[in-house]
Design a protein around this ligand. Structure first.
Ligand SMILES: [Zn+2]
Ligand SMILES: [Zn+2]
Length: 266
């Protein structure tokens, strides 16, 4: 991040979470006019696989369907680097800690999740939040764990508990591995913290971005093995660019995945 952006973040009360330009308090979304336009364009883009808009695209990687066939919560899909200016928001989420970015993301995550729970007749208060932790090496490198920040913020907004159930000492970089290797690598990378789930049976498993779902699958495996009966993956965005390469994905089960939040839903 440029030094000027760091200074802006320190001294300006309210700024655009994409470009850090100061903005007024009457703005509903934390974007300047230009970035709001980019955001609206981003949100209304159509999925290249199912043709639906970003918020209602139902494509999911097969790994995540193995965890839960009827409940997976996300807000938007994104396509790797093809997100235009809004890519800055994703970069901030991963690399530059900013409470306002986390706050924005968990507002959207809460909205999608509550809508999903309502449509399934599920009481979200029966759940506890846990998360896929960032690799220790990267926590050190970037100074924070974005999944932990998202999980804590989301749990607070929902008024439910949050438990750390995994350590991630990391092994290989997931990026360089194929689908099968990823699951195996993830299983080895995430270490379950003994007795951490306690008597809790239902978990919202939070991560920032869903790619192949292999880390989600690995963490769920550990949870199920330790007495948990239900895991609902909850992410801010899913990477459709990665999903596209997964041949067993989409269409077949699309009817299960309607997590779109209709306009005006509270
Ligand atoms: Zn802006
Ligand atoms: Zn789609």
């Amino acid at each position: 991040m440029k030094i000027i952006e760091i200074l802006k973040r320190m001294f300006i009360e309210r700024y655009c979470i994409v470009c850090t330009e100061p903005i007024s308090y009457d703005k509903k979304e934390p974007f300047c006019d230009a970035c709001l336009k980019d955001w609206e364009e981003f949100v209304s883009a159509k999925c290249g696989i199912c043709g639906r808009e970003r918020g209602s695209c139902t494509c999911l990687p097969s790994n995540v369907k193995k965890i839960n066939h009827s409940m997976v919560s996300w807000c938007y899909f994104y396509n790797g680097e093809e997100n235009g200016e809004i890519n800055e928001l994703f970069k901030n989420l991963k690399w530059n800690y900013d409470g306002r970015v986390i706050d924005f993301c968990t507002d959207k995550m809460k909205e999608s999740l509550l809508h999903l729970c309502r449509s399934r007749g599920v009481n979200y208060k029966d759940f506890v939040v846990t998360y896929v932790p960032r690799n220790e090496r990267n926590v050190y490198k970037y100074g924070f764990d974005q999944s932990e920040k998202l999980a804590k913020s989301l749990a607070k907004k929902l008024g439910i508990g949050v438990i750390k159930t995994f350590e991630n000492f990391g092994t290989k970089e997931q990026k360089k591995l194929n689908k099968k290797e990823r699951v195996k690598n993830a299983l080895e990378a995430y270490e379950y913290i003994e007795d951490s789930v306690g008597d809790h049976k239902r978990f919202f498993l939070v991560d920032d971005i869903l790619t192949t779902g292999s880390t989600m699958l690995a963490c769920s495996y550990h949870l199920f093995k330790n007495g948990v009966t239900e895991v609902v993956p909850v992410v801010f965005a899913k990477d459709n660019f990665k999903i596209k390469g997964d041949r067993t994905n989409v269409k077949r089960n699309t009817k299960y995945y309607f997590t779109r939040t209709p306009k005006g839903f509270k």
